[in-house]
Design a protein around this ligand. Structure first.
Ligand code: TAP
Length: 484
């Protein structure tokens, strides 16, 4: 038996498993550096076929289904994700190098929860009746309708592929859209398994296609396609800017979920044990490859040396290794490029004068591992505090009072998330209002949920996903006025 007998590796194109028109690419196991499987790469012609099938379903079987039926199908998707939870978690661990415990407790349940949440919305997408001044003395009856945007291209990164695919598919399908998904080259496997689940749950053929391939070929063909109505993109600010500019020329709708340089603010009265534990999780979860990673740790000066020591201790307690070993708390970074990039930032932090108090190197064995790393005596203007590293590297910066903390928290081009650690309810709400971020968490890191809007301010993106905001982002609002 070979890996192609076990692992999904073909395009899921208009309801059929097919080879790709652009050959194959190697999907590598980051923890061993071995090739897992050769995955089919979609060509521009494959994109045309998928988009045509998606377009046809907007006036086909899918369009004819009432919202309640779409909801039943999405609820079945959630059930099947739970049935296949172990397979999906193992595919994520294999493909991305993360400890299998993480997708088991987060990515897979979150994906199921997302489909179930949007199953509930599918028959509740309503408009409003709006009173007006009338029409030249005649009364009117005006109301709004929320209609599907159309064909949506969902372009997904590699760090949490199943979850982010669910965040895009759940609201899009609930609102009656059709979707072509482009997974990242580094992590197509769990989304390909999800494609089979969608079909089994009763999503009609053509409503969703999953097309692995190169960003510059498959992704670009979707961005350029005249019959794609919206791009829902999660990934780097560089590619996001490129997509936003390309979409503007054809007036495609866009949702951009980009990077972050999120602060974790530890006020003088914080519960130190909870703050250090939560802050370490915000630094090292998924090897720091999290858009909302809390990489700028802003600490009241009275606690500074204690927090630095405790975070260095937390770093030294991480167990790097085989993602399938239950003792492992940190796996590998996704690829060699990412490993080199993170090590480059660590070298830059040292060159710019920050004090390395933990980690800083790659272990001496195969796999794209980097030790959990903490820098102290740093300031907010250093490169390691300004640029998104997307690796397990935290920079600890002191502040003197809450106003200083807010100034530092906001001194970034990003605005995705922020965490505040305090027992003072007034300080918590005051800072939450003052910090520029799409999400603020108090006394916990990454308290995300399918019901809560998700997205960033400033360079962290445009638009929101999830909750009712996810439905708004996946619908066009039409107003109908009848002159009575
Ligand atoms: P990117 O390099 O931007 O890739 C994201 C996706 O875009 C991949 O599927 C990629 O394909 C595709 N792509 C690349 N070039 C394209 C093009 N010209 N046209 C269309 N698609 C193209 O990001 P990444 O390295 O996968 O992920 C890391 C970044 O994503 C970080 O900056 C991180 O902060 C951000 N991120 C943000 C969030 C949220 S929710 N805000 C969540 C996760 C990650 P290939 O894989 O084939 O290159």
């Amino acid at each position: 038996m070979t890996s192609t007998d076990i692992l999904p590796h073909q395009l899921f194109l208009a309801g059929e498993w097919r080879d790709g028109g652009a050959g194959t690419f190697a999907d590598v196991n980051p923890a061993t550096e071995d090739t897992l499987v050769e995955v089919a790469a979609a060509s521009a012609e494959d994109v045309n076929t998928a988009v045509a099938a998606a377009r046809a379903q907007l006036s086909g079987e899918w369009a004819a289904l009432p919202g309640s039926q779409r909801g039943r199908i999405l609820a079945r998707v959630a059930d099947l994700i739970e049935r296949d939870a172990e397979i999906l978690a193992r595919l994520e661990a294999l493909d991305i190098g993360k400890p299998v415990m993480q997708p088991t407790v987060l990515d897979v349940p979150n994906a199921a929860r997302t489909f179930r949440h949007f199953a509930g919305w599918a028959d509740k997408i309503t408009g409003t009746v709006i009173p007006t001044d009338g029409y030249f003395g005649r009364p009117t009856h005006s109301y709004t309708r929320r209609e599907p945007v159309g064909v949506i291209a969902a372009i997904v990164p590699w760090n949490t592929p199943l979850m982010i695919a669910a965040w895009k598919l759940g609201p899009a399908l609930a609102a009656g859209n059709t979707v072509v998904v482009k997974p990242a080259e580094d992590a197509p496997l769990s989304i390909l398994h999800l494609a089979g689940i969608l079909q089994e749950a009763g999503v009609p053929d053509g409503v969703v296609s999953v097309l692995p391939g190169l960003g510059s070929v498959t992704g670009q063909a979707l961005v350029d396609h005249a019959d794609v109505d919206k791009i829902s993109f999660t990934g780097s600010p560089e590619v996001g800017r490129h997509i936003g500019m390309a979409a503007a020329s054809s007036f495609k709708r866009v949702t951009l979920e980009l990077g972050g340089k999120s602060p974790q603010v530890i006020l003088a009265d914080a519960d130190i044990e909870a703050a250090v534990g939560g802050t370490a999780m915000g630094l090292f979860f998924n090897q720091g490859q999290v858009c909302a990673a809390g990489t700028r740790v802003l600490v009241h000066r009275s606690l500074y040396s204690d927090v630095v020591d405790a975070l260095a201790g937390a770093a030294s307690q991480q167990v790097l290794g085989d993602p399938f070993d239950q003792a492992t708390t940190m796996g590998a970074l996704v690829n060699k490029k990412q490993q080199d990039r993170v090590l480059g930032y660590i070298a830059k932090g040292q060159a710019e004068g920050a004090r390395l108090v933990a980690g800083g190197a790659r272990p001496d064995h195969a796999g794209f591992f980097v030790q959990p790393t903490i820098f102290a005596d740093a300031d907010n203007d250093m490169t390691i505090a300004r640029e998104e590293i997307f690796g397990p590297v935290g920079t600890v910066i002191p502040f003197d009072d809450p106003a200083d903390a807010v100034r530092l928290a906001n001194a970034t081009t990003y605005g995705l998330a922020a965490t505040i650690w305090t027992k003072d309810v007034t300080a918590a709400h005051t800072l939450a209002a003052q910090v520029h971020a799409g999400a603020v968490w108090v006394n916990g890191w990454a308290a995300i949920d399918a019901a809560l809007p998700w997205g960033g301010m400033k360079s962290s993106g445009i638009g929101r996903e999830l909750g009712w905001s996810g439905i708004v982002a996946n619908t066009e609002e039409k107003v109908v006025t009848v002159v009575l």
